[in-house]
Design a protein. Structure first.
Length: 336
């Protein structure tokens, strides 16, 4: 997704983005089929607007279906072009690169080159609350996307019967309470001299003013792993939603649907994760029995198993293809 704006908009996007992995400044787009074309176009970028004399500016990226397919060679050419431009502007022949990092990113796709500066540093899925995780954690950004697809609202009761370290419930609570996901972390560009002082502090104050703690949202998480539940409690506390979620040790086989309205969202163990495929499918059959079709109840489940619907016992009302890291998954939604 592309958007235009200034540094306040950069700060707002960084702090409030629930689903993006990082925010990058698009510096240039052009076509290049030779290294000379790549060099000249990169050199034409006004690097001095963003990179100071002592700043570090490493280069990384990827090449896909292009004439220039050697990623290391492209990396070297882009670095050389940036150095050449900065050498002329600063009248220096060598850069010590001991200052804050300006990570240069490039993508060469079908001979179209995109040159970017990464402003985030650590990926935006790292909210700062997950000091610990279980053996196979779900990325915070994907958990947030599941909460969005499940249409979590400030008055909802959300359940995760296989909650692990609590990521799904924490992201659902943060969404319901309007807690900005990046409120308690730092971003690489905050150390950049070109970013006006106080911009991020102002946006954090604005984000804090939007938090809604008067809502009735609550959640329950269950798991058979006591240590995972202890971790989940810690994570929820750090995230500022510990008072909205209760965690209890319970097997999915003992799950009883709550009375009234409930939004169930879960990431069950599966083959490449913590169970064998056959064990996972036995678990899906249990889920099919426990997740009853009833007015006011919805179920959102993520799994890479293409046979999930057959084993679960009914077709999803809606499906969405996603990637959990490098693993292709489906989100199955039941709400009718």
């Amino acid at each position: 997704m592309l958007f235009d704006g200034g540094y306040p908009d950069l700060a707002r996007a960084s702090i409030n983005s629930r689903y993006a992995e990082r925010i990058q400044i698009l510096l240039a787009e052009f076509e290049a089929r030779t290294f000379d074309e790549l060099f000249e176009n990169v050199k034409a970028i006004e690097w001095e607007r963003f990179i100071g004399i002592s700043d570090a500016f490493p280069v990384k990226g990827s090449c896909v279906s292009s004439q220039l397919m050697s990623m290391p060679d492209c990396q070297k050419i882009i670095k050389k072009a940036a150095v050449d431009r900065l050498s002329q502007k600063y009248m220096l022949s060598w850069f010590e690169e001991t200052g804050p990092v300006r990570q240069i990113q490039f993508l060469i796709l079908k001979d179209k080159v995109s040159i970017m500066l990464d402003t985030s540093g650590a990926g935006l899925h790292k909210r700062g609350y997950r000091a610990e995780a279980n053996d196979a954690p779900l990325k915070e950004t994907l958990a947030a996307a599941m909460a969005e697809l499940a249409m979590v609202r400030p008055n909802h009761f959300v359940v995760d019967p296989m909650c692990g370290s609590g990521t799904i419930l924490i992201e659902a609570a943060m969404k319901a309470l309007r807690i900005a996901p990046g409120l308690n972390r730092c971003f690489a560009c905050e150390k950049w001299s070109c970013v006006p002082e106080g911009v991020f502090d102002e946006e954090r104050e604005l984000a804090r003013s939007r938090i809604n703690r008067d809502c009735s949202f609550r959640a329950e998480g269950f798991d058979i792993d006591e240590s995972a539940l202890i971790t989940a409690c810690k994570n929820a506390g750090i995230a500022g939603v510990g008072d909205r979620i209760t965690f209890t040790r319970r097997d999915i086989r003992d799950y009883v649907p709550p009375e009234g309205y409930a939004t169930l969202i879960t990431n069950p163990p599966y083959g490449e994760r913590m169970l064998s495929v056959s064990e996972a499918e036995r678990l899906y059959a249990v889920m099919g029995e426990k997740f009853v079709r009833e007015r006011g109840k919805s179920y959102t489940v993520i799994t890479p198993d293409d046979d999930f619907e057959a084993v679960f016992g009914r077709k999803a009302d809606k499906r969405r293809k996603v990637y959990n890291g490098m693993l292709k998954c489906q989100i199955y939604m039941y709400f009718k």
